[in-house]
Ligand binder design. Structure first.
Ligand SMILES: CC(C)(COP(=O)(O)OP(=O)(O)OC[C@H]1O[C@@H](n2cnc3c(N)ncnc32)[C@H](O)[C@@H]1OP(=O)(O)O)[C@@H](O)C(=O)NCCC(=O)NCCS
Length: 170
């Protein structure tokens, strides 16, 4: 039987795994970014983040298998807010890991970092992600018109948020 889904800090030895996803347009089109990142840049970002207190990055894993990457960034400890991001390895997508992974990092944000609110940005055609976020308790708070240019088209972005007081653990 498969073990529990867990998160742990990103280590240097995870950078190949992260780089593989950062080069994949199937993933990056939903991250509103180019599938064009060198291994050196992934390493440089990783090194810069060792002294950056506004971000927490995690590997999602099950047993010894890496499932994906997730982070809380733009952390603001005055307002007690942070922004959530997630990408799962395509090999591990479609297995129902997304909501549980989202819960792991949301609970880290609320229970360890003492955040009051977690925000996220999502392109409006990412129906799967929006479904997962709503399932965990995020609500749509706004829409940004033509916010992103992806694969030759402008698309709207949705702003979603989850308050600690509204979050219901599973
Ligand atoms: C978004 C992502 C994390 C979801 O992970 P996943 O493994 O594919 O998703 P899961 O299988 O765990 O769950 C998908 C859920 O969405 C539902 N779903 C699938 N396609 C859907 C659609 N078109 N519309 C609505 N719901 C949909 C599934 O039925 C399932 O719901 P359920 O658990 O209630 O049955 C993953 O696809 C990913 O990394 N995508 C690329 C990067 C990305 O989009 N990141 C988020 C940026 S905001």
């Amino acid at each position: 039987m498969a073990g529990k889904l867990q998160i742990r800090t990103v280590e240097k030895s995870d950078l190949d795994f992260i780089h593989k996803m950062r080069k994949n347009n199937d993933i990056m089109q939903y991250w509103c970014g180019e599938p064009y990142t060198t291994k050196e840049k992934v390493l440089k970002n990783y090194e810069d983040r060792q002294t950056d207190t506004t971000i927490r990055e995690f590997i999602i894993y099950q047993d010894d298998e890496k499932i994906g990457y997730t982070s809380l960034f733009n952390l603001n400890f005055s307002h007690r807010t942070g922004t959530f991001g997630i990408m799962l390895d395509p090999y591990h997508q479609g297995n129902g890991h997304a909501a549980d992974s989202t819960r792991l990092i949301v609970e880290y944000g609320f229970n360890i970092l003492n955040l009051n609110k977690i925000n996220l940005d999502v392109v409006d055609y990412n129906k799967k992600a929006i479904h997962v976020y709503k399932k965990v308790g995020f609500q749509i708070e706004g829409e940004k018109k033509q916010q992103y240019y992806i694969n030759g088209k402008y698309t709207n972005g949705l702003l979603m948020g989850l308050l600690k007081g509204d979050y219901k653990p599973k």
